[in-house]
Design a protein around this ligand. Structure first.
Ligand code: ACO
Length: 331
């Protein structure tokens, strides 16, 4: 659909806990090594939230920076979407808690759960709501306290993830064909069990047994996820390029979900896009799920890589399975 207006990213902000957990620290906790983690994943360290650094608190801090950089007051925000798989509570929505802490008006606030693809899902939902409705400025927050759902005795998962938050302010402007140009979202619930948190929800409410069996921790079939990740991110990237009559060479910057450097290397070679065009920060932050793309986008912003009219491809995959891509023309 063609619009006379566009939805642009007006400001970006992030928050990372101060506490750093290195691979050497992890090697003291489980049977692993810096060498294994670096060669299999590319991750060197990650940030871990303190008890009082909740998903909402991290989201609030990131949002404050995004609002300031956008030069938009909190009273001008008329929609808030929070992408997270580690909400403060199952309900109410973490978005309502962030609304309260930021002092936003009585606007619609809701959580969106699409695991690591959450930020891309939120961009699509927000931009379509803004084009169709009366929302001029939207706040999107991707915030995760992954450390709260990890089994710190399971070396196959605890080395992969980190905590943090990223936020963007979206604004509607009268110029057409810039900002968020297009998005493609997809999911496949038949593979739900290869990456999930089995207990704690209504299917398996927490009991002494479920906790003793560790069912409230994140479970993952890493090898299966790896294969899906490469294939689906390649597929959706090519789909969005073709749909917008672009070739991989037209893309100036790729911001992939930061799960594993080997997944990103494989994606780059399948798309035939040089690694120099990829923004990579996973060595310092690990996999921060829904915060991953905005944290990497902020990296590109701070490295002064986001210039007017540059084409930027965001691409992610995660539990669900979910996957998706967004094409941006920077404004
Ligand atoms: N340290 C040392 N050895 C380990 C560790 C560790 N931390 N973890 C696993 N191993 C061992 C395994 O036990 C196995 O040993 P074995 O051969 O004796 O059985 C060996 O290392 C190889 O294990 P693999 O699982 O085959 O290792 P692989 O090369 O596949 O790497 C990894 C594992 C890093 C998890 C990889 O499969 C991966 O990155 N998958 C994708 C994961 C991912 O992206 N998840 C996030 C999805 S996003 C979201 O929605 C949250």
């Amino acid at each position: 659909m063609k619009y006379n207006s566009s939805i642009i990213i007006k400001g970006i902000g992030t928050y990372q806990p101060k506490k750093v957990l290195t691979n050497a620290d992890l090697a003291k906790m489980v049977d692993t090594s810096d060498e294994w983690i670096v060669t299999r994943t590319g991750i060197q360290e990650r940030r871990i939230a303190e008890d009082n650094e909740t998903t909402s608190l991290m989201g609030v801090q990131a949002a404050k920076v995004a609002l300031e950089r956008a030069q938009i007051s909190k009273d001008e925000i008329d929609l808030l979407i929070v992408a997270t798989l580690s909400p403060d509570m199952i309900f109410p929505a973490t978005a309502c808690l962030i609304q309260q802490q930021l002092g936003l008006r009585k606007i619609p606030c809701f959580d969106l759960q699409a695991a690591c693809t959450g930020f891309i899902y939120a961009l699509e939902v927000a931009s379509k709501m803004m084009q169709a409705g009366n929302y001029k400025n939207t706040l999107i927050v991707g915030s995760e306290k992954m450390s709260s759902v990890l089994n710190w005795h399971d070396r196959s998962t605890c080395v992969l993830f980190g905590d943090g938050a990223g936020a963007v302010v979206l604004s509607k402007i009268d110029t057409p064909n810039v900002g968020i140009i297009d998005s493609i979202l997809a999911s496949d619930g038949s593979q739900a069990e290869i990456l999930c948190q089995p207990a704690g929800g209504s299917a398996c409410p927490p009991t002494l047994e479920s906790i003793q069996e560790g069912k409230h921790f994140l479970k993952m079939n890493g090898r299966e996820i790896f294969k899906y990740a490469v294939r689906l991110m390649e597929q959706v990237s090519l789909q969005i390029l073709e749909k917008n009559q672009l070739s991989p060479q037209d893309i100036d910057i790729v911001i992939p979900h930061q799960a594993n450097i080997r997944i990103i290397n494989a994606l780059a070679s399948r798309l035939n896009i040089p690694m120099e065009k990829f923004i990579i920060n996973l060595s310092q932050v690990g996999n921060t799920s829904a915060a991953s793309i905005p944290l990497a986008l902020n990296e590109a912003f701070e490295q002064n890589k986001l210039h007017k009219n540059k084409y930027i491809l965001l691409v992610a995959f995660g539990g669900g399975l979910t996957w998706g891509a967004s094409l941006l023309k920077w404004f």
